[in-house]
Design a protein around this ligand. Structure first.
Ligand code: C2E
Ligand code: MG
Ligand code: MG
Length: 622
């Protein structure tokens, strides 16, 4: 016998055995206990009869136990008229009828929904008459309450060719799977908390809305909404209050919608809305106001009323994008710009804004590589004495000349380096390079000039930043006369106590610590006395306008006066002409720095300047 034949043989053996057991069960079901009379009358011995009877009962118990132990499997038996003759516990659980209630009832009256009734009767009839199998399949049958229940139903036909054919239905409850499937469907398309469409669903919906806008020649506004300080609300009040806020916000957003508008939640505190039929500027303003009004009333959180705000970014169809993806992305770009402006800000998408962000992204990604490739260098700008015009110090200014393309300004890449954290490596490089250069100059006999390096706030966030600055100097055999630092006033005000301690140590060791861009930050003069600083560098915006603007002149004069009273050296940045210089001299400013004297220049040029190979500036002789 071939292998498959033998398997087939085994399978049919098993099937026949199952059928025998089912038949046994059925007989038991119909006539409670098996009669042994027949066996007796054939003259078998009493013991033998007992044995058969016991085996019979055991077989029945096994079968019953099997059926009853399958809570999710409902088994029902029906006679040739489709009346219930067997109804297990699983059937009660699935369809709601007890065995007593079901017994004797018609299949079609019990669990068959009206629309299936005729089909079921016909199928049953076709089986009885012609032996046509009833196929297994997924069905929705009727519960006692009238609700539909999902089942996978198989049919087992017994005693086909007798007067009492029986049909057993074995139904597996699929409601858990169906529910899980529905939940999955929901989770892939909607947000669980607010029940709003998610980003994917919104994209699809918006694309079809755009199609109809295109057909009807309609404009559309896409608004990206980002809650302000949501993280703080979550942190301070707990996630459940954060959730509450989102749900209430959703309610308000839906309330202010027309049927054609779309709203979705795209991430934790971000929503995107679409308003078709927007044509003029005033239409756009109207929908923006609409969304802003949602925040007019306070939100009740943790039993208290709180004013919540959001930033909005707006992108318009067709001007700012043709597809849902483009519009959402551009509204997001505008929103990110609004975030920079501060809470409640609204921004409209502009291509320039987008290009700028793309460039920032590109530069951020390139910074580290540029450092490895040696694309950075230091330029030095002399600070000269306002009275003698002599070069006193040099400010080290970082330069980035990419392998390809024009140089990039530190005003552009320093903030990016701060954001990406590359500032730490970059800052370390600046310290090393300034030290190396100073050692070289000292070796050449230039002993007078100190190099001041700029240190940004982010650099100081790293623990021990100033200690590693001191270590670097020590490694190069340099001290306070060789290298100084410049910090902005905001850095000082926001500094941790440990940073201030380190600064105090440097101060007491005699390092020069200058406050850079003075006047552009908090500018609280009273702070000056608390900080361990030795110099003030007045921001160039005041110098620029001082000759023509009395107010700028007054501020400049005040800063110089107070700086001196506090024992600080005062420096004026950005001196570009003789009028500015004269004013500064009148005000007794100590040092000046600016294009009027020298531009920042490479170390080689400073070499020649300090070596007397090029004449020094004669700006003061006039
Ligand atoms: P800053 O420290 O205030 O540097 C002075 C800036 O003013 C420099 O710009 C300099 O080139 C420019 N400047 C000097 N004289 C004049 C003038 O007469 N007129 C005008 N219009 N500008 C003048 P730069 O080199 O573009 O640097 C910009 C800023 O980038 C610096 O401002 C500083 O905050 C930052 N920066 C530069 N190098 C470094 C660095 O190594 N580390 C850190 N953390 N920041 C740096
Ligand atoms: Mg500086
Ligand atoms: Mg400055």
């Amino acid at each position: 016998m071939a292998a498959s034949d033998s398997r087939h043989h085994r399978d049919s053996e098993r099937l026949n055995k199952n059928r025998r057991e089912f038949s046994g069960a059925l007989v038991l079901q119909v006539s409670e206990t098996p009669s042994t009379d027949g066996i007796d009358s054939h003259g078998a011995g009493r013991e033998e009869v007992e044995l058969v009877r016991r085996q019979y009962l055991e077989s029945e118990q096994r079968f019953r136990a099997l059926l009853e132990s399958l809570p999710k499997v409902a088994v029902q038996g029906y006679d040739r008229d489709r009346r219930v003759i067997y109804w297990n516990e699983g059937s009660t659980r699935l369809y709601g009828y007890t065995a007593e209630e079901a017994q004797g009832q018609l299949l079609e009256d019990l669990i068959i929904p009206a629309f299936m009734r005729d089909g079921v009767i016909q199928a049953h009839f076709a089986w009885i008459k012609d032996g046509v199998d009833i196929p297994a399949g997924e069905l929705e049958l009727k519960h006692k309450t009238g609700e539909l229940v999902s089942v996978f139903s198989q049919h087992l036909m017994l005693n086909e060719h007798t007067d009492s054919p029986l049909m057993f239905c074995v139904d597996v409850d699929l409601s858990d799977q169906k529910r899980a499937h529905r939940d999955l469907e929901f989770a892939t398309h909607f947000d669980r908390l607010t029940h709003l469409p998610n980003r994917q669903t919104f994209e699809v919906d918006l694309d079809s809305l755009l199609d109809s806008c295109r057909r009807q020649g309609n404009g559309l506004a896409t608004i990206y909404l980002d809650l302000d300080h949501f993280v703080e609300i979550n942190d301070a009040l707990g996630y459940d209050q954060g959730d509450r806020l989102l749900v209430e916000l959703t309610r308000r957003l839906i309330e202010c919608q027309r049927v054609t508008d779309l709203v979705s939640r795209v991430s934790s505190d971000e929503f995107v809305l679409a308003f078709p039929g927007v044509h003029s500027d005033s239409d756009v303003r109207r929908v923006v106001r609409h969304v802003q009004n949602v925040f007019r009333e306070p939100f009740v959180l943790d039993g208290r009323e709180r004013q919540v705000t959001a930033c909005l970014g707006v992108a318009l169809f067709p001007e700012n994008g043709e597809s849902s993806r483009e519009l959402i992305r551009n509204a997001d770009v505008a929103k990110n710009r609004a975030k920079v402006d501060g809470q409640s800000a609204v921004r409209f998408f502009h291509q320039k804004l987008h290009d700028e962000l793309v460039r920032q992204h590109y530069l951020s990604a390139r910074l580290e590589e540029a450092l490895d490739n040696g694309e950075f260098s230091l330029h030095y700008q002399p600070l000269v004495s306002a009275t003698s015009g002599q070069i006193e110090n040099l400010e080290a200014l970082l330069r980035w000349k990419p392998a390809e393309g024009p140089p990039i300004s530190p005003a552009e890449f320093i903030p990016l380096a701060e954001r990406t954290g590359v500032i730490h490596r970059l800052g370390d490089w600046v310290i090393e390079e300034a030290c190396r250069q100073q050692v070289e100059w000292r070796a050449k006999g230039f002993h007078e000039h100190r190099i001041d390096i700029n240190v940004s706030g982010r650099q100081l966030v790293r623990t021990g930043a100033l200690k590693s600055f001191e270590d670097a100097l020590q490694r190069h055999g340099l001290g306070p006369r060789d290298i100084g630092i410049e910090l902005t006033e905001n850095v000082l005000i926001e500094a941790e106590e440990t940073v201030l301690e380190d600064l105090r140590r440097l101060y007491h060791r005699g390092f020069r610590i200058a406050i850079d861009d003075f006047g552009t930050g908090y500018s609280s003069l009273s702070y000056l006395k608390h900080f361990p600083v030795t110099a003030l560098k007045i921001d160039r915006s005041f110098i620029h306008d001082a000759p023509t603007q009395p107010k700028d002149r007054a501020i400049m004069e005040g800063a110089i006066f107070i700086g001196h009273r506090l024992g600080l050296e005062v420096v004026a940045e950005g001196v570009e002409n003789v009028e500015q210089l004269s004013l500064l001299r009148e005000m007794h400013c100590d040092l000046v720095q600016g294009f009027f004297f020298y531009r920042p220049m490479p170390a080689k040029e400073i070499d020649r300047l300090l070596g007397g190979l090029v004449p020094s500036h004669d700006g003061l002789s006039s």
